[in-house]
Design a protein around this ligand. Structure first.
Ligand code: FE2
Length: 299
């Protein structure tokens, strides 16, 4: 499950860290440095291994994710951030989706928000981020800084390609129709235009990509605004399909409890993600003890 890097690859990661440590602000790397990093990668890293890592994440026949441990390669948090930035540039192109914000987004635990939401303490159902944008992020990276000391908060990954392959022709056809609507996030940049209607299964350059979220199910059930007029005709059937998907996806969901300095990089147009509940009584922890994951998008 864990991706094993060759010694040569690790050596080059440390080398790059030493080159870029005085140039990159670890807390806010800038886009301008990317061409220089890419040049360094191309000149020094083993090309075959780079291809293997990339194809594992992006290609149809890959697992859809890589899971890498950077613990022995960096000795503090700032080094970790810089090394992670280099690694992300190996896999793809870092994507800034909010103007004037750093590339890093801290997934902190908050005990006073809706438990199922991004920062909540409950189970975060399987979903894909920014699925209402035409060019939604291809890849997500979760870099672990602290794991939950109460041993919850595993990262959930589910290969929706496997799940959808278990549906029948009729069910697949409905998911391929533009019947769906969903909330559109505000103040987002670089993700293309917002989609009024979309299909859950979409053909993109000969490959299937998915815009799935289990969070749609309760809205379907209580008739809230997630279907267009044509979709409403099939409402009952779609509720059944979503329930079936939920059941099948339980079988295919992988839970990874990330240790500090481990990073998980996955194809988010194919692999839905979520979070298992945090350990109970998070209120007993100080903020600096709670689970912390740094999230980043790539294209
Ligand atoms: Fe998410």
């Amino acid at each position: 499950m864990q991706t094993i890097l060759s010694n040569e690859f690790k050596f080059q990661l440390i080398n790059s860290l030493n080159i870029f440590r005085n140039i990159i602000d670890p807390y806010n790397p800038k886009e301008e440095i990317i061409p220089t990093i890419k040049e360094n990668i191309q000149a020094n890293f083993p090309a075959e291994e780079i291809e293997k890592l990339k194809s594992n994440v992006v290609n149809e026949d890959g697992s859809g994710y890589v899971f890498i441990d950077l613990k022995e390669l960096c000795s503090n948090y700032e080094e970790l951030l810089i090394m992670n930035f280099i690694l992300l540039n190996i896999i793809g192109k870092p994507l800034w989706h909010k103007e004037n914000n750093p590339i890093w987004f801290n997934l902190k635990v908050k005990t006073d928000v809706n438990p199922i939401r991004t920062h909540g303490v409950g189970k975060n159902p399987l979903h894909m981020d920014f699925l209402t944008f035409e060019s939604y992020p291809k890849v997500i990276s979760f870099l672990s800084v602290r794991r939950d000391p109460l041993m919850g908060g595993g990262s959930l990954l589910c290969d929706m390609k496997k799940v959808f392959s278990k549906l029948n022709k009729r069910e697949n056809a409905l998911l391929k129709s533009k019947l769906f609507k969903y909330w559109i996030d505000k103040d987002i940049v670089n993700l293309g235009k917002a989609l009024e209607n979309f299909s859950i299964i979409e053909n993109k350059d000969g490959n299937e990509v998915y815009r799935y979220t289990e969070k749609m199910l309760p809205h379907l059930e209580d008739g809230r605004d997630v279907l267009n007029e044509e979709g409403l005709i099939h409402k009952e059937e779609l509720i059944n399909i979503f329930n079936k998907i939920k059941k099948i996806s339980e079988k295919y969901t992988l839970e990874i409890l990330l240790e500090p300095y481990q990073t998980l990089i996955f194809n988010q147009q194919r692999i839905a993600h979520g979070r298992s509940p945090l350990g109970e009584n998070q209120n007993n922890l100080n903020e600096d003890q709670m689970r912390l994951i740094v999230q980043t998008y790539l294209n």
